[in-house]
Structure formats: structure tokens, C-alpha cells
Design a protein around this ligand. Structure first.
Ligand code: 26V
Length: 818
């Protein structure tokens, strides 16, 4: 088939222009003589999509022909952001499109802004999936990502009077040119019903008689690699009503009710759960998980059976990666399909399961671990519950032989949690049934082994590993910071770093080069100007680009300590107010930027957002501080906002209470963009210190092993006076709303201060002072900035994915010939 015509679609400016105009006329159905920016964007996107589809077909044909072992990445969340710029850059045709558009009177950047974010996830875990998908494509791995096609993505955050409100984000309203509906790729997914016993081969067997069926329809999103023809699939499932279970309702004569009921099927995939802390044990969430798992596995098994007839070969062809416990029902579903539908024996099925699953956990907190109430499972998936019990029975029996009758430990390790409300511990299930358990940073793995999963580690030390997270430099430098990208390529004399980030180390030798310094500062300044403009449009606050831009953007969580940041800002404000006018000249001007969403039900997090606004209102309108201090909250933080903010940041804060941030990937994006880090030694920052050295960062706070000791002290803990003072200012209504902020203040009082804001405050202020000092010496700062970027090579998701491929999945690249 290859050789017939290597590439259908040409990429010269005339072809591209014609292509865009053709899509204006026939796809968007507007006149090619009159169309607006949004219509131009749509036509442009469709023209890019044609090129994606061509490569994608070639890749799929190639994979099919080679039949390599594939990795199936199972994740309920992906934060993809926008597709356009990323796609044309990965396809290597951005400049051609920009030229073609400018001849048509359009600017590429302006059209790119027309696209809404694909926000099918909450935070770190979801953005990590997106970065990893990009790396899987770029490194030519035979991979396929599965997910859910939520109609309502992550809610929009709207701020009214400083309070967060959530607005539904119906992102498909304007169409989605990046997906291809596969109406012929559908699978029935079944729920409810009973388990019956029936005779089989002279013995008995269990048969699930489900009661309800919904249809899963595939929507494919082509994901192009950079510098390769390989274009892989992100397959997202949407729920549609099925015709299989409706006959009876129609026969009852209530046609309208029957049709209305059908529509409830669609709700399964309609909403992304927006809380990334607590598992509420809701039926809809469980339905989503099973819907996802069942459809994906039917698809995977169908593909396997197309080329193979013996399931013993399954582990040679299939690796299944569980992105946290959310898709863990896949384990049980594989058991069920192999035993009930393919009629394998339990032990053969179990053998296969133990070889194919690997599990990555993304949390440190035991309360973050998912539990499913048994009664929910029993009604929704009765056969699965039986299988879980059987897996647990076998596991506990073997365990007893290993550790004896240590009932405490047996009950801690059991997959089933006994108690008033019995539940299934999804993490335990995943550990028992996976060949590998991965953490996401070195310290995270340590905490898993010594605290969270200690019992399991002692039983199976060989299962526990870690792969330090990474992010893709394609999105986080090439797409979002084109001028820095050009500068790096110029100084390195190559663009090879875009596929091999370790090459950035080559810039270390120029860290003190005056010419580089000048160009570097210029690039940074232009990015800051862009950010300042955005801030002014969003919040009306005018900021000076000569000030230090100090940024904290991430989900709002108590452990991430945005409150500590705000208390630090209050302290700074208070100091300036109490200074002699003459002394104010020595203050380093700052623009403090905070952004992030609070889960809708997370009261304290919402209060932190309100406090940020209340403090900003006071500071920004105080002529005493003028340009010396500004505070802005950036609303509706998402991937696209991050692309704009990160390149313009001088300093970024990663200040979680040590031992709480499993990894943190924001820090890596800032680092790559030459932003300095003010951080605690937690999660990924511990490894960043190893790469760039503590001298190039501003570190503070209790260390991971000191945190439990400090907590132990409780009410006897020493808290600095300045801390008590700033908390008192909030408590006493200096910023208004004292009743509303009371519980927030209470949460950091001595004896109650679980996240240790008080005991870390002094060293936090010292780190801030050190950052001020460094900023005054701009040459020194620039040097640190260059060294940060040059030392970020290890934090590419390419490195992470290569480690997974080699050590966990056992897969090889499968490169599509050009
Ligand atoms: C939990 C839940 C619970 C119920 C409904 C939806 C939902 C969604 C997500 C989660 C768990 C969130 C875990 C997470 O995002 N962890 C972050 O993972 C990052 C990538 O490994 C890591 O950098 C962050 O430190 C970690 O917090």
C-alpha cells in the first residue's frame, strides 16, 4: 500500500489556502468571500484534520501489519487543552499555515485563540495523561489512549464579588473538528440484573443476566507525534441509548416515557466529576467507570481476536496501564470476560490478568484512595462483586500462609473493607492484581513503601517502582513560548532538543554569556508584556513589567497552601505600610498572581479564593504601596491560561506541606521556561534540586520526615509573631468579611494547623527575602534562570514514557515509514 502515494495532501501555501477556502465553503458552509475569525478557525482546523487523518490511517495500517505488543492507556481524565497549534507544530507545518493564512488576511495566532479547551479532567493527573499521550506518539510507541467523552468538561470558574461560582462547560456547543465519530465502532455495555447458576460441562457456572444496556460509541481524536509520521488514537467513549432493552417499555404503551428514559443513558458520559479529593461513592461515577472499562476492553479484545486465537498470547500483545484506581474495574472485567464469555478456567484467566496490568497511583493521602460501597456494586455489577470476593478469598488464603494469622494486617490488606458500610478498596485490588505499582516521584515511591502501602511493599517489594513524572516540551515550550524556543534552537544550533530534552544541558556553558543574557531578558520581557496585557483585560489591574511576576497556579487545596502565599502577601503589605517613605525605595516591586479552581463542595478552598480577592481589593487600591505590590487572581485557570502565564513568570511557588504533593508537574513547566522556583522539598521539587542545585532555587520549610514530628507537637508548636499578626488581621476584619473568614483562620490556629502554615512561615518569609535579593541583581537572576531551563531535561515526559515502555510495559517503538 505504501509507495502508491506517500502523501496525498501537499503543504505548499497555495494548496493550503485552497484547502482552507474549500472547507469554508463546503464544511463550514459559509461563503468563501465572507467569513469571520471563528469560521476561519473551523476551516483551518478541518484542513489540519485532513492531514492528521492521512497520517493516522497510515499509522494504523502499519501497526496492524506489524502487530506489535500495544500499550493501552486507561484514564478517566485528559486535560488536552487546545489542539490546533500543537497539531500543526507536531506535523511540522505551522509556518506554512501561518503564511497561507496571512495571504488570506488572517493571523494564525488570532485564529488559534478561537478554540475552546478540551478540559476533560481536573488537574495534575489529567494533564499528565495529555503529556504522556504526546510522548507516546512522538516516540513511535504502538499506543492507544482510552477515555470518556464528557459533554460537560471541567466547570468554568466565574468570580462574582470575589466568590467562585461554577458554570457548566458544554464545550461541544461549537462543534469539535478534532474528533471523528465512529458510528460503526460501538459496543453494548450492560448493567444491573442478577447472577444465575447454570449447568456447564458437567459442573456449574455463574451467569450474569443483566437488565439494562447502553451503547458506547467511539470518538477518535488523532494525536500526532513530533518529527514522525506516527499519529496515534485517543479514543473517547460516549454513551448512547441502546435498542436492546426497550421493547417492553414500548409495549406498555407509554411511548413518551420510554423515549425520555432512553435519554438517561446519555447522562453516563455527560459529566466530569469535578472533585479531585473525595470519593463519594455515587452510582453515576461507578457507572461511568464500568461503562469506560467495558467498552475499552471489548475494543481491545476484538482487536486481539482479529489476529489471534489463543488467549495465552494475550500478555504478549497487550499491556494495560491503569491511571490511578479510576479504571481498576478493568481487572475484574477481564476476569469476567475470560471466564464467563471465553470459558477459560479461573487459574488461566488469573495468570493472564497478573501479567497485563500495571498501576500508577497519583496520591499520597490515604483519604484520596477510592472505595466503592459493596451495596452499590451488588446492584449495578453483581457478577463483578462475586469475582472480587473470589480474588480476595484467594489472596487472603495465600497471605495467611505467608504471614500467619495476623488479623490486623490481614484486615488492612484485604480488598474488602468490613464495617457498617462494607466497601471495596480499589487500590488494594489494583496492587494485588497488577505486576507493577508505580509512584510518580522518588519521594512518592518512598512514602508508598513506608506508609501508604507498607504492608504490600513488605509482601511484594519487587512490585514497587517509580517513574518520575515529566511534561511535554512540545506544548510547554514550543507551542507556548515560541520566542524562547527560537532562542534555544539558535544557541544550541539545533532543534533536536524538541525530541531530546537532555540536550538543553548544552546551554549551561553560556549561563554567563552577555549576549545570551541580553536575548534572554528580551524574550522574558516580551512574555511578561503579553501577560500584563492579559491581566489588565481580565482584572482591570495595570501592572509594571519591571516588577517581579510571582505566580502560583494550580488547583486550590489546603495542602498546596495558597493560604500561606496570601498570608505572606499580607505580611509584605503590612511591612510596606509600616515603612518610612524613604525605605520604600528599597522594596523590590512584585506582582503576585494566583489562579486555580476549588472543587464545588470544598468550602475552605472557596474561602481562600475569596480571601485572595478581598486582600487584592485592599492592596491594589492603596496608594501607599502603589506599584510596589499588586495582587491579581486569574479566573478560570486552565491549560490555555497556563500557556500564557508560565512563560511570563519570574518566580513560581510550589509550597505544599512536605509529604503531600505526590509529584507536581507545574514546577517542571515553569522550570523549562526559565522561571525560578520558590518551593518546599516535596514531590518533584526534591528531584529538581538534584538537577539544578539548591543554589538556583529558593527553598524553605519542614522536610518530609520533620512533618510528622511537628504535628506530634500540636499545641506546643512555636509559631512566629508575624504569623499570628497576619492571621489576626484577617480574623479581625482588616479585609472585611470576618465572619466568612473565621473558619479559615481557625484552620491555622495553633493545635489545629494540620498543614503547618504557622511553623513554616518564618522560613517562607526568608525564602521570599532571598528571592527579592536575587532579583535586584538581574545578571545573577538571569544566570539562575538559564541554569533552571538548562537543567530541566530530565523532566520531559519523553523520559518518563521511555522508562515505562522499557521497564513496565515491555513494548518497542513501531515507526511508520515516511
Ligand atoms: C480523584 C477523584 C475522586 C473522585 C472523582 C474524580 C477524581 C479525580 C481525580 C482524583 C485524584 C486526583 C489525583 C491527582 O490529580 N493527583 C496528582 O497527580 C499528578 C500527576 O501524577 C501529580 O503531579 C500531583 O502531585 C498529584 O496531586
Amino acid at each position: 500500500m505504501f509507495g502508491l502515494m506517500d502523501q496525498f495532501l501537499k503543504n505548499d501555501p497555495i494548496t493550503l489556502q485552497n484547502d482552507i477556502l474549500r472547507h469554508v465553503e463546503y464544511t463550514v458552509a459559509r461563503s468563501r468571500f465572507s467569513f469571520d475569525d471563528f469560521e476561519a478557525y473551523q476551516a483551518l482546523a478541518h484542513s489540519v484534520r485532513d492531514r492528521l487523518i492521512e497520517r493516522w490511517h497510515d499509522t494504523q495500517v502499519h501497526f496492524k501489519r506489524k502487530d506489535p505488543k500495544r500499550i493501552y492507556f486507561l484514564s478517566l481524565e485528559y486535560l488536552m487543552g487546545r489542539f490546533l497549534s500543537n497539531s500543526v507544530i507536531n506535523l511540522g507545518i505551522r509556518d506554512q499555515y501561518a503564511d497561507a493564512l496571512s495571504q488570506l488576511g488572517f493571523e494564525f495566532e488570532v485564529l488559534a485563540e478561537q478554540e475552546g479547551d478540551a478540559a476533560l479532567g481536573n488537574g495534575g493527573l489529567a494533564r499528565l495523561s495529555a503529556c504522556q499521550i504526546d510522548s507516546l506518539a512522538t516516540l513511535d510507541y504502538p499506543a492507544l489512549g482510552y477515555g470518556l467523552r464528557y459533554q460537560y468538561g471541567l466547570y468554568r470558574q466565574v468570580i462574582l464579588d470575589g466568590y467562585q461560582h461554577e458554570q457548566p462547560y458544554y464545550w461541544l456547543n461549537f462543534g469539535n473538528p478534532w474528533e471523528i465519530e465512529r458510528i460503526h465502532v460501538t459496543y453494548p455495555v450492560k448493567f444491573y440484573g442478577t447472577v444465575e447458576e447454570e449447568d456447564f460441562n458437567g459442573g456449574k457456572r455463574q451467569v450474569w443476566v443483566p437488565k439494562e444496556t447502553v451503547e458506547a460509541v467511539a470518538y477518535d481524536n488523532p494525536i500526532p507525534g513530533y518529527g514522525t509520521r506516527n499519529t496515534i488514537t485517543l479514543r473517547l467513549w460516549a454513551a448512547k441509548p441502546s435498542d436492546q432493552n426497550d421493547m417492553e417499555s414500548y409495549n406498555t404503551g407509554d411511548y413518551i416515557d420510554a423515549v425520555v428514559n432512553r435519554r438517561t443513558a446519555e447522562t453516563i458520559s455527560s459529566i466530569l466529576y469535578p472533585d479531585d479529593r473525595s470519593h463519594q461513592g455515587k452510582e453515576l461515577r461507578l457507572k461511568q467507570q464500568y461503562f469506560f472499562v467495558s467498552a475499552s476492553l471489548q475494543d481491545i479484545i476484538r482487536r486481539f481476536k482479529d489476529a489471534h486465537s489463543n488467549f495465552d498470547d494475550f500478555p504478549e500483545k497487550v499491556a494495560l496501564q491503569l491511571n490511578d484506581t479510576h479504571p481498576s474495574l478493568a481487572i475484574v472485567e477481564v476476569m469476567r470476560v475470560l471466564i464467563d464469555e471465553e470459558h477459560l478456567s479461573w487459574s488461566r484467566a488469573w495468570d493472564i490478568v497478573c501479567k497485563i496490568f500495571s498501576f500508577t497511583t497519583h496520591t499520597v493521602l490515604p483519604e484520596g484512595l477510592e472505595k466503592i460501597p459493596v451495596d452499590l456494586l451488588e446492584s449495578l455489577l453483581p457478577r463483578h462483586l462475586q469475582i472480587i470476593y473470589d480474588i480476595n478469598f484467594n489472596f487472603i488464603e495465600k497471605l495467611k500462609k505467608r504471614i500467619g494469622l495476623d488479623y490486623d494486617r490481614l484486615s488492612r490488606m484485604s480488598i474488602v473493607e468490613e464495617g457498617a458500610a462494607k466497601s471495596i478498596r480499589m487500590a488494594n485490588l489494583s496492587i494485588v492484581c497488577s505486576h507493577t505499582v508505580n509512584g510518580v516521584s522518588k519521594i512518592h515511591a518512598e512514602l508508598l513503601k513506608t506508609r501508604v502501602f507498607k504492608d504490600f511493599y513488605e509482601l511484594w517489594p519487587h512490585k514497587f517502582h517509580y517513574k518520575t513524572n515529566g511534561v511535554t516540551q512540545r506544548r510547554w515550550i514550543v507551542v507556548s513560548n515560541p520566542s524562547l524556543c527560537a532562542l534555544i534552537s539558535k544557541w544550541l544550533g539545533t532543534e533536536a532538543w524538541i525530541r531530546n530534552l537532555d540536550l538543553l544541558a548544552g546551554l549551561q556553558e553560556y549561563a554567563t554569556n552577555a549576549d545570551l543574557h541580553q536575548e534572554w531578558k528580551m524574550v522574558r520581557k516580551v512574555n511578561k508584556m503579553r501577560l500584563a496585557e492579559y491581566i489588565e483585560t481580565m482584572s482591570g489591574v495595570k501592572v509594571s513589567v519591571d516588577a517581579m511576576f510571582d505566580v502560583q497556579i494550580k488547583r486550590i487545596h489546603e495542602y498546596k497552601r495558597q493560604f500561606l502565599n496570601i498570608l505572606g502577601i499580607i505580611h509584605r503589605y503590612d511591612c510596606i505600610k509600616n515603612m518610612e517613605k524613604n525605605d520604600r525605595r528599597n522594596v523590590v516591586p512584585r506582582v503576585c498572581i494566583i489562579g486555580g479552581k476549588a472543587a464545588p463542595g470544598y468550602e475552605i478552598a472557596k474561602k481562600i479564593i475569596k480571601l485572595c480577592h478581598a486582600v487584592a481589593e485592599k492592596i491594589n487600591n492603596d496608594p501607599d504601596v502603589d506599584d510596589l505590590l499588586k495582587l491579581v487572581f486569574i479566573p478560570d485557570y486552565n491549560v490555555s491560561v497556563a500557556e500564557l502565564v508560565i512563560p511570563g513568570a519570574d518566580l513560581s511557588q510550589h509550597i505544599s506541606t512536605a509529604g503531600h504533593e505526590a509529584s507536581g508537574t507545574g514546577s517542571m513547566k515553569f522550570l523549562m521556561n526559565g522561571c525560578l522556583l520558590l518551593a518546599t522539598a516535596d514531590g518533584s521539587t526534591i528531584e529538581i534540586i538534584e538537577e539544578i542545585g539548591a543554589d538556583n532555587m529558593f527553598l524553605f520549610g519542614a522536610k518530609v520526615n520533620e512533618v510528622p514530628v511537628l504535628r506530634e507537637k500540636g499545641p506546643a508548636l512555636k509559631v512566629p509573631l508575624q504569623f499570628a499578626r497576619v492571621v489576626r488581621m484577617v480574623r479581625n476584619g482588616y479585609f472585611g468579611f470576618e465572619d466568612y473568614f473565621k473558619s479559615l483562620c481557625d484552620s491555622v490556629e495553633v493545635g489545629n494547623d494540620f498543614y503547618l502554615l504557622g511553623s513554616d512561615f518564618e522560613s517562607y518569609l526568608e525564602a521570599q527575602a532571598a528571592a527579592d535579593m536575587a532579583f535586584v541583581d538581574q545578571e545573577k537572576w538571569t544566570q539562575m534562570s538559564i541554569l533552571s531551563m538548562a537543567g530541566s531535561g530530565r523532566f520531559s515526559s519523553d523520559r518518563t514514557i521511555e522508562e515505562y515502555a522499557e521497564k513496565t510495559w515491555g513494548i518497542e517503538p513501531c515507526r511508520c515509514p515516511f
